[in-house]
Each structure stands twice: as C-alpha cells, then as structure tokens.
Design a protein around this ligand. Structure first.
Ligand code: UT7
Length: 353
C-alpha cells in the first residue's frame, strides 16, 4: 500500500527578535502579563520591504528540498498555507514557485486558508494526492508575516503580543514501506463562531453576517461605491485581526485532546503510544492543558512558543523542523500533529517517522 512520508523538513525565522519588553514600548502591556498568559518571551518579525510571507516560505522550502535530496525542479505540486499572504490574489503558491525558480508548468500550486490549522489541512491534502498516485514530490509550506498587519498599540494588544513571523516546509513523497508515513488524519470545522477569530475587512461581505451593518461605513445600498474597504473600516480597526481569546481558549482545550485521541484510535493507538506530539503553538497554557488531559509527560510534547510566539500556519512545521534538528524525532517514532483555530477548524495527523 502506498503511503505518504515526509522526506525533508526545514524552517526559517526572521533575524529580528522582539522581546515582550520591546512591545511594551508601543502599548500598555508587560513581560509579566504576556509570559503568564501565553508563555511567550519573544518573537521574530520580518524585515519590511525586504521579506514577505513568500520569501520566508522560500527559505524554509530550500532547506526542506535539500534535506529530501531533490531539487526544486523535482517538485510537482505546491501547497501553501497562510493567513497573511503577499497579495489578496494571486496566492502565495505561484509566488513561491517563481521565488524557487521553478519555470516548468507541469506543476500545480494551491493555497490553503484555514489559518492555525493550515498546515494540518495542507499536509492532509498532500497525503491524498500522494496516495492517489497523482504527484510524487509535494512541497507543503506554512508561512506567516503577521507583523505586516498587526496593530501595535494598546487597542490591539490582545492580539498583537501573541503573533510572530516565520515559515516551515516539508517535502512529501510516496513510500511502499508499510512501517513508515502518515497513518491517519482527521479534519474538522464548525462555522458557527466564524467571526470569533477573524479579520473581517477588506472583503465582499457588505455587512451580510452582521446585525449592525453601519459599523463598517458602507455607502447606501443602491449607490455605486466601495464596500470592499471604507474609511470607517480603517478608522475603527476592522483591518486588524479580532479575537475573543477566552472563547477560542475554551474550545481549543476540548477539541485538541478530542481530535488527537480520535485520530490515534482510528489506527488502534492511544495517547500513551505517542513519541512526540507537536501541537499548534497557540498558547503554552493550551498545550499544557492538552498534555495534562492526555496524560503525556514533558518529553512527549514539543513546545517552542516562548521563542517565536504564535506563527499560525507556520507553527507546526517550524516546531517539526526544530524537533527533528534537535534529535527529538527518530526513525519509526510515532509523531502526532494537531491544531485548532479560526473558523473554527481543527485536525490532527498521526505518522510513523
Ligand atoms: O492560534 C489561534 C488560536 N488562538 C488561540 O488559541 C488563543 C486562545 N486564547 C488565549 O490564548 C488567551 O485568551 C489570550 C492570551 C489571548 C488572552 O488571555 P486571557 O487570560 O483570556 O485574557 P483576557 O483576554 O480575558 O484579558 C484579561 C485582561 C483584560 O483586562 P480587564 O478587562 O480584566 O481589565 C484585558 O484588557 O488583560 C487585558 N489585556 C492585556 N493586558 C496586558 C489583554 N491583552 C493584554 C496585554 N497586556 N497584551
């Protein structure tokens, strides 16, 4: 039976380090508050005008491609997960193809927009394409340049202290080795609370999902004029991410353990069988909750949020790459990836390394 295996993994984080105290110069916050509530000590921010989400993704991709022992020209499909793309359209997939110098057109490029679960969704899609035999070398990337659109003042402090920039990538290939590769994955969604963690504008919604349409400053219904972006959206901060952190937190600590246990059970495994769990790095407190509920010891859970903050679609591949570099993932280890976030969406992947 053909399975998908990760043949190479890499990550890249920008050089600029911003500590919690650095952020406190721009807003009413403190190192103590941020560390206590999130576990974050510092994060990386890309260099504006020089780096973009795509260039971060390209740097991570080059490492993953080299470690897989192939060249960029061997890639036959790209899946790029991000919520902070270079352009509204086209997506980062084609920009990455260009950045990597892949000039052939016998390749597809797909963008995935499921935010924190972007990498889990993207890798699951890659797994299906590999299993079906359609592609042989799929590049799966999670990258974010959050710093390009965060509100660095006291109004935005509930969101801006959490997020950081970075990228991770893997090359996925087929294997006939029964003992290796992705064993199972689960993807879930529930749109009931779609706006609880969101960036609403610019967009085409025209207030459709909202009782108070006036809050966006739209022109009158039958008059020509923009609804995509208005002065009021700019003034009132609708172009920045919004999060009701408590609602997300409460849901996350339930869904993470649920989906991990269920994905493992699908292949006759249980949490105690995990060699390494790599949870989406949303908040150290969430990871600690999950660890406790699943009764895992410290060696079974990988965390690096203290160094990079929450890098959304990039957090799992960055953590996977670091764990691999640190020798924390060895041949035949049972590795579990899991994520929960905006949408809400959540999911998990179980693999034999
Ligand atoms: O990856 C995507 C998925 N996202 C998540 O999983 C995030 C889940 N949620 C969380 O991680 C937490 O809810 C947060 C870290 C975002 C917030 O922690 P919290 O313990 O839920 O705090 P809170 O939002 O309830 O705010 C508590 C207080 C408030 O003040 P009052 O109303 O009690 O006076 C906030 O105004 O802390 C205040 N506050 C801050 N104070 C200092 C909010 N942000 C900050 C800040 N610095 N940066």
């Amino acid at each position: 039976m053909r399975r998908s295996r990760i043949a190479g993994v890499g990550h890249y984080v920008p050089e600029n380090v911003y500590t919690n105290n650095d952020l406190a110069k721009f807003m009413d916050t403190s190192d103590e508050w941020i560390q206590e509530r999130t576990g974050i000590k510092e994060r990386r921010f890309a260099t504006k005008h020089e780096e973009t989400t795509t260039t971060l993704g390209a740097k991570a991709s080059k490492i993953a491609i080299e470690r897989a022992g192939i060249t960029a020209e061997d890639i036959d499909f790209i899946i790029f997960a991000t919520l902070s793309p270079d352009y509204y359209f086209p997506g980062c997939g084609v920009l990455l193809q260009r950045e990597l110098g892949i000039t052939k057109s016998e390749i597809g490029a797909l963008d995935v927009r499921t935010q924190c679960t972007g990498f889990v969704y993207a890798l699951t899609v890659a797994d299906q394409f590999i299993k079906s035999g359609m592609y042989k070398n799929i590049l799966v990337v999670g990258a974010e340049m959050h710093s390009s659109g965060l509100e660095f003042n006291t109004r935005g402090r509930g969101v801006s202290v959490i997020f950081g920039d970075g990228a991770g990538a893997v090359v996925v290939q087929p294997t006939e080795d029964e003992s290796k590769g992705i064993l199972n994955s689960e993807l879930h969604s529930d749109g009931t609370n779609a706006e609880v963690l969101s960036l609403l504008c610019p967009g085409s919604h025209g207030g459709h999902h909202h009782q108070d349409k006036d809050q966006f400053g739209f022109p009158e219904k039958n008059k020509l004029g923009e609804i995509f972006i208005t002065e009021k959206m700019l003034d009132d901060g609708f172009l920045y991410p919004y999060m009701d952190g408590k609602v997300v937190f409460k849901k996350a600590v339930v869904k993470f353990p649920e989906v991990i246990a269920s994905t493992l059970a699908g292949v006759g495994k249980q949490p105690s069988d995990i060699d390494l769990l790599i949870p989406h790095q949303a908040n150290l407190r969430i990871s600690q909750f999950v660890q406790k509920i699943l009764r895992l010891n410290d060696d079974q859970v990988f965390n690096n949020i203290h160094k990079y903050g929450n890098t959304t679609a990039a957090s799992i591949p960055i953590a996977l790459s670091e764990a691999w570099e640190q020798g924390k993932i060895k041949d035949n280890d049972l590795v579990c990836l899991a994520a929960f976030g905006s949408g809400f969406t959540w999911g998990s992947i179980v693999m034999n390394w």
